[in-house]
Design a binder for this molecule. Structure first.
Ligand code: 6PG
Length: 247
């Protein structure tokens, strides 16, 4: 892993401002280097925080963005529980990303999470133009949240998906966080990304975040996120970072 950068700000609003600047820079660099920016969004509170200022940033070349999902619930795309719907409402409806560049779960497969995961893997390979049979796909940026139990994406403590190392997209049907059926990127994909950014605010996860950053508790799935060549960022409010040494 290149380096870990812990950024902390007095409020969630200032975290949102920092994410706007971070993604504007990261996307400009990626577009300069290889003509596009490939980014994966998690659900929960992350899309609203990431989009708050970004959606109005006219300096960002959104036409060259390719949007994926770090995890997705196996529900219809207009369901309030859908991460696609969440990101669409918070960001995609406000910026000119071509719909063909938003890579979403196949709605026809949401009743079969195994097939939905297999299909999403193929969609990623097609969109990234890569042979994912032998190597995990490489995203420019993967945006992750963390649950109080240290889950990230839909990788939950004690569940076998955390240990998956040969599939790049897997599925779960007994998610402790409803809804039960989901698809999710796996640890090898997270660790191949050029950058990974955890976004955590609110103060309720300060102990979990401390344990993850310190690498003290590998039972926490987010503790397995250590990009082999990319950079790892933490965008936190001060309440969440209170036990951390901040860069
Ligand atoms: C999901 C998310 C999940 C989320 C965490 C944190 O689809 O449920 O991807 O991994 O990031 O549960 O959610 P909050 O930021 O809302 O606490």
């Amino acid at each position: 892993m290149q380096q870990t950068k812990v950024h902390s700000f007095p409020s969630a609003d200032q975290v949102a401002q920092a994410l706007n600047a971070f993604l504007a820079h990261a996307s400009a660099e990626a577009i300069k280097q290889h003509g596009r920016f490939t980014v994966a969004f998690s659900g929960g509170s992350l899309p609203a925080t990431v989009a708050k200022y970004l959606k109005d940033n006219k300096s960002v070349d959104f036409a060259k963005w390719f949007v994926f999902f770090s995890d997705e619930r196996c529900v219809p795309l207009d369901d309030p529980e859908s991460n696609f719907k969440l990101v669409k409402d918070e960001l995609l409806s406000h910026v000119p990303i071509p719909d063909s560049q938003v890579i979403r779960i196949s709605e026809a497969l949401v009743s079969d999470s195994k097939r939905a995961a297999e299909d999403y893997d193929l969609q990623i390979a097609k969109a990234l133009g890569c042979d994912v049979v032998n190597q995990p796909p490489v995203f420019d940026c993967i945006l992750l949240g963390i649950g109080p139990d240290g889950h990230t994406c839909s990788l939950f403590p004690g569940h076998p998906e955390v240990q998956e190392r040969s599939k790049w997209v897997t599925f779960i049907n007994d998610s402790p966080k409803p809804p039960a059926s989901r698809i999710t990127l796996t640890i090898p994909v997270l660790n191949r990304a050029r950058s990974v950014a955890f976004v955590v605010t609110g103060g309720s996860k300060c102990d979990t975040v401390k344990a993850i950053v310190d690498g003290r508790d590998m039972s926490l799935p987010a503790a397995h996120v250590a990009p082999s060549e990319g950079d790892l960022y933490w965008f936190l409010d001060d309440a969440t970072a209170k036990y951390l040494t901040v860069n």
